[in-house]
Design a protein. Structure first.
Length: 244
């Protein structure tokens, strides 16, 4: 395969990777606290082409890695007293099945046992590592600094943390993150809003426009691969005709 066709084929793979990322973003446009992924492009130069006259011909575009956009999204009023949203850098901490998970999705609820939990049943952590246990059926009151009151009594303060490099967090299912890099989380001071949720920062209109662009690029690269294949076939046929 000639270098130009190779570059076009690599471009097709890069667009497929980008479409996978975009499809996941679109699937989570209604997931509270979801943070969109973006792709980081790079180029790869085949070693056998490093001494060619024009090495740029051999450079193939690839999605080197993906990164997460942690930008603040819109806070939407729900009126539900167990819905919480953060304004500013930071994460809620919950007890996942394999250790702490970090999230901006504050769609919480009170379990039958009176514990504040996520939709998946993960207990929301308080500063110090405990969980929030309600004392009655009365609604809770959450202050902007994360302190939780019920019937005028302090139940505890939500554990709110941030990381020196949030980009090293690994995405888990939904809007959860894992600290696989073993960074030490630091206390954070975002403003906590009760009765609100942070929407996904995936813009549906932007994502739809980007999908159209990616599909058009994909079609163009497909044509380039097809033309390259036809040129190679014609060259082989011409050599065979001359040789005969």
């Amino acid at each position: 395969m000639d270098p130009l066709t190779t570059a076009a084929a690599s471009g097709l793979q890069a667009r497929l990777d980008a479409l996978d990322i975009l499809a996941n973003n679109l699937a989570n446009t209604s997931t509270s606290g979801f943070k969109a992924d973006r792709e980081f492009y790079s180029t790869y130069l085949a070693p056998e082409l490093s001494n060619s006259i024009d090495p740029s011909v051999g450079e193939a575009p690839v999605v080197e890695r993906q990164w997460t956009d942690f930008s603040q999204s819109t806070l939407v009023t729900t009126g539900n007293p167990t819905d919480l949203a953060l304004s500013g850098p930071g994460f809620f901490v919950v007890n996942g099945p394999n250790g702490p998970l970090y999230t901006r999705n504050g769609s919480f609820q009170i379990s039958p046992q009176g514990v504040l939990v996520t939709a998946e049943g993960y207990a929301v952590r308080l500063a110090g590592g405990g969980t929030l246990q309600t004392a009655s059926a009365s609604p809770i009151q959450v202050l902007p600094d994360g302190r939780v009151l019920q019937d005028g009594n302090l139940l505890g303060q939500l554990e709110l943390v941030d990381f020196a490099n949030a980009g090293q967090l690994a995405k888990a299912a939904g809007a959860y993150f894992q600290n696989l890099s073993q960074q030490t989380p630091a206390p954070a001071t975002p403003v906590v809003y009760q009765g609100k949720l942070e929407s996904s920062n995936t813009g549906p209109a932007e994502a739809a426009a980007r999908m159209v662009t990616l599909l058009r690029n994909f079609e163009m690269l497909q044509r380039a691969v097809k033309i390259g294949g036809e040129m190679e076939r014609e060259a082989v046929e011409e050599v065979a005709r001359v040789a005969s």
